[in-house]
Design a protein around this ligand. Structure first.
Ligand code: SF4
Length: 317
C-alpha cells in the first residue's frame, strides 16, 4: 500500500513560467484549486503538461463517451448511424489506449464493451427532439482569456446547455459535486458573454458498469450483459438534473471566475495540497507517482480557495 501522504521537505522551486497570458480552461481552474502542483503537472510542465499513463483508461473512457454522444447529437438519426458512431468511437478509444495496450488488455476489453453499452443506452436516454442542436461547441472569451468546449446545446423554446459526465460512482456525494460544479455556471456565463445565452442547464451523469469479463467471454456477450444492466436499472447508471439560469448566478459566477483567474495568474510558486492526493473513494491523484518521486519539490499545504460558494443555493435534485 502506498503511503497516504507525501513527505518531501525540500523547499520547492517550481516557478511559474514567464508566459503569463496563457488562456485558461475550466479543468485548469479545477485542478489548480484542488492542488496547484496538479495544475503544474497538467498544464505548465515543459510548457504542455504531463499525461500520466495510469490515468489514460479513465480519460479515454470519458473522451470516448463524449465523442460518441457529440456524434449522435450531430447526426440525430439513431437507427442509421448508431453502429458507425460506435465504431468511430472505438477507433478514437483505441488510439488513446495505445500507450498502455499491453498491460491493461483486460481493462480495455471491459471498457470497450462498457462504451458500446453506455452509448446505446445514452442515445435513447438523451433523445434529441429539438430542431437545432449543436454539439462540441468551442468558445473563447477574450475578456477572460478563457476557452472551453460545450458538450451540447439544444435550441427550442428554451436554450438548454448539456454537460455530460462519466463517473465510476453515482453516490450522493459524487452526484452533488458534479451537478454543483462551478463548470456549468462558468460555461453559462461565457456563453452569455459571447452572445449565446442559455435558459437552463442539464447535467447528465453516466456511470461505468462494474461488471467484469467472464472467462472466454466474447465482446458481444459482455456488451449485451452490460447493456441489460443499464436498461434494467437506469436510475443506477444514468442521472439527469436540470436547473434554470438566473441573473444572480451570472453575477456570482463572474466574481468567482475573475477571482480564480487572478489567483492562478498571480501565483509565482506552485504548492502541494496533499489533502487531495486521494479522493473520498480512495482513488489516487493521477500524478501521485510522479509527484512522490519528484525530490526537487518541497512540501507545503495551502488552503484551497473555496470556489462555488453559491452552490448550496442551486437545486440539484
Ligand atoms: S499527488 Fe498530491 S500533491 Fe502531488 S499533484 Fe497530486 S494531489 Fe498534488
Amino acid at each position: 500500500m502506498p503511503a497516504r501522504s507525501l513527505t518531501c521537505s525540500k523547499k520547492m522551486d517550481y516557478k511559474k513560467p514567464t508566459e503569463v497570458n496563457r488562456p485558461e480552461h475550466y479543468s485548469g481552474i479545477q485542478s489548480f484549486f484542488s492542488c496547484p502542483m496538479k495544475y503544474y503537472y497538467s498544464y505548465v510542465h515543459n510548457g504542455h503538461g504531463i499525461v500520466s499513463i495510469d490515468h489514460v483508461p479513465a480519460m479515454a473512457f470519458g473522451t470516448a463517451i463524449h465523442f460518441g454522444l457529440a456524434s449522435y447529437a450531430q447526426h440525430r438519426s439513431y437507427d442509421s448511424v448508431a453502429g458507425k458512431i460506435i465504431k468511430d468511437t472505438e477507433i478514437l478509444f483505441n488510439g488513446m489506449m495505445y500507450p498502455c495496450r499491453d498491460d491493461v488488455a483486460a481493462k480495455i476489453f471491459g471498457l470497450k464493451a462498457n462504451i458500446r453499452a453506455a452509448l446505446i443506452t445514452s442515445f435513447n436516454n438523451f433523445f434529441i427532439d429539438y430542431l437545432d442542436t449543436y454539439a462540441e461547441v468551442p468558445f473563447y472569451v477574450p475578456e477572460y482569456n478563457f476557452y472551453g468546449t460545450v458538450d451540447r446545446i439544444d435550441k427550442g423554446i428554451k436554450r438548454i446547455l448539456w454537460e455530460y459526465k462519466t463517473s465510476s460512482s453515482l453516490s450522493i456525494n459524487t452526484v452533488k459535486s458534479l451537478v454543483n460544479s462551478i463548470q456549468q455556471p462558468i460555461y453559462v456565463l461565457c456563453l452569455n458573454k459571447i452572445g449565446f445565452p442559455v435558459d437552463c442547464v442539464n447535467t447528465a451523469i453516466i456511470k461505468k458498469s462494474t461488471l467484469r469479463t467472464r472467462v472466454k467471454e466474447e465482446m458481444e456477450e459482455l456488451t449485451l450483459r452490460i447493456a441489460a444492466e443499464y436498461i434494467s436499472k437506469p436510475s443506477e447508471y444514468i442521472f439527469k438534473s436540470e436547473w434554470d439560469v438566473d441573473k444572480k448566478l451570472l453575477v456570482d459566477t463572474e466574481i468567482e471566475l475573475r477571482a480564480a483567474l487572478d489567483i492562478i495568474r498571480s501565483t509565482s510558486v506552485y504548492y502541494r495540497n496533499t489533502s487531495n492526493c486521494f479522493s473520498m473513494m480512495g482513488n489516487r491523484c493521477r500524478y501521485y507517482m510522479i509527484c512522490r518521486d519528484d525530490i526537487t519539490l518541497g512540501y507545503k499545504d495551502k488552503e484551497p480557495l473555496n470556489l462555488g460558494k453559491h452552490k448550496e443555493e442551486r437545486p440539484w435534485l
